[in-house]
Design a binder for this molecule. Structure first.
Ligand SMILES: Nc1ncnc2c1ncn2[C@@H]1O[C@H](COP(=O)(O)OP(=O)(O)OP(=O)(O)O)[C@@H](O)[C@H]1O
Ligand SMILES: [Mg+2]
Length: 345
């Protein structure tokens, strides 16, 4: 069975002259090697395609695959993560992870919170501030507040200045983020409680929370938030702990509810933080979660529950195969994993 691999390699775009921060979400060679190796181990014939443009060239030349493993994040626009899946839909080629609608929705944290909240998923009140005229929308939010770019990942734009104590700090923070990221700012109350990331495998009714990782900022790091700098230097700054207490169970339930509400597929993470009462609230979903074998939260979580990297990739692929009615055609090692879907870790 032929499987294509679509991705945006950070080094390719750095070589084209894009700055470090603009490529922070893109993948490194070790991730592509890891996924390609896992897929080959599952018995697939793997083609490394790359991002949108090489995919277009190959499709127009008539090349086809039975399925694509897609982790291409894209570079430009709010639909950047949707571009590769939209093209694959147009050519009727099945792929892993979410469809264009869901990837666009989840990338916009304000839209994602609207949709999750409408389905009863607990999330903090918020305002999306695109210009000074929108500031009134944040008037009733209780301080301290937290502001971040509405559609970035990898903690881009998240710094100690993201937490603001007083109303007169709000406009300067927004102006700084508008300048740097050219997009609206999501403003919500600062959540002072524990931070969790919930790992999920599967789709809809067969999705399961595989574990809950608590993200704790170590003394000496930028305090209290999983900021860009803390994430870059995670070995020194962050302690990741697999947790199973009552709050973690609540986080798993809210995370899974958000995953299903947003219609995310196959595998990923939902990030939550607790409010002052200890209730875990939905912050954002990651339907294209990082899969770096050495530094991604979902991979740490999988390792902590006893899954190898290859086992994690295998279960994601098994979910996509089952969803697309490709289980019978799959190579034997991949088929063997299908029976493990729908089981909690
Ligand atoms: N309302 C909030 N209160 C306190 N901290 C927050 C809040 N929102 C975000 N943070 C902090 O900022 C971090 C990054 O926020 P968020 O998860 O929304 O962004 P991201 O860049 O999309 O993350 P990822 O790297 O998972 O893609 C969170 O992990 C958390 O530590
Ligand atoms: Mg996050």
């Amino acid at each position: 069975m032929k499987i294509g691999l679509t991705y945006d390699l950070r080094a390719d775009y750095r070589a084209e002259g894009l700055p470090e921060e603009a490529t922070a979400e893109l993948d490194s060679a070790v991730t592509i090697e890891g996924i390609a190796g896992a897929l080959a181990g599952l018995g697939f014939e793997v083609t490394r395609i790359g991002g949108l443009k090489p995919l277009m060239v190959r499709l127009l030349a008539g090349e086809r695959w039975d399925m694509v493993f897609n982790i291409a994040e894209g570079l430009f626009g709010l639909a950047r993560e949707s571009q590769v899946p939209a093209l694959l839909d147009a050519f009727r080629i099945p792929y892993t992870f979410s469809d264009p609608l869901v990837l666009g929705l989840a990338l916009h944290k304000g839209m994602a919170k609207h949709v999750a909240r409408d389905q009863g998923v607990p999330t903090a009140p918020f305002a999306v501030i695109a210009s000074p005229a929108d500031l009134a929308a944040a008037r009733d939010l209780p301080y301290p507040l937290f502001g971040k770019p509405v559609a970035e990942g990898s903690s881009k734009g998240v710094t100690p200045q993201s937490r603001i104590e007083r109303p007169e700090q709000l406009l300067p923070l927004c102006e700084m983020l508008w300048r740097r990221f050219a997009q609206p700012v999501l403003v919500e109350p600062y959540l002072p409680g524990r931070e969790f990331t919930v790992g999920i495998v599967g789709t809809g009714a067969s999705a399961r929370a595989i574990g809950v990782l608590e993200v704790e900022v170590r003394p000496g790091a930028e305090p209290g938030i999983y900021s860009y700098d803390n994430k870059e230097d995670f070995e020194r700054c962050i302690a990741y702990r697999l947790v199973k207490d009552t709050a973690a169970e609540r986080a798993a339930a809210v995370g899974l509810a958000a995953w299903i509400a947003l219609d995310c597929r196959d595998g990923g993470r939902v990030d939550l933080r607790a409010d002052a009462s200890g209730a875990p609230l939905f912050m954002e979903a990651n339907p294209l979660a990082g899969l770096n074998p050495e530094r991604s939260d979902l991979v740490f979580l999988a390792r902590d529950i006893g899954w190898s990297y290859d086992a994690l990739i295998g279960r994601i692929v098994a979910s996509a195969l089952a969803r697309n009615g490709l289980a019978e055609a799959a190579p034997a090692p991949a088929r063997a994993l299908l029976g493990t879907l729908g089981q909690a870790a």
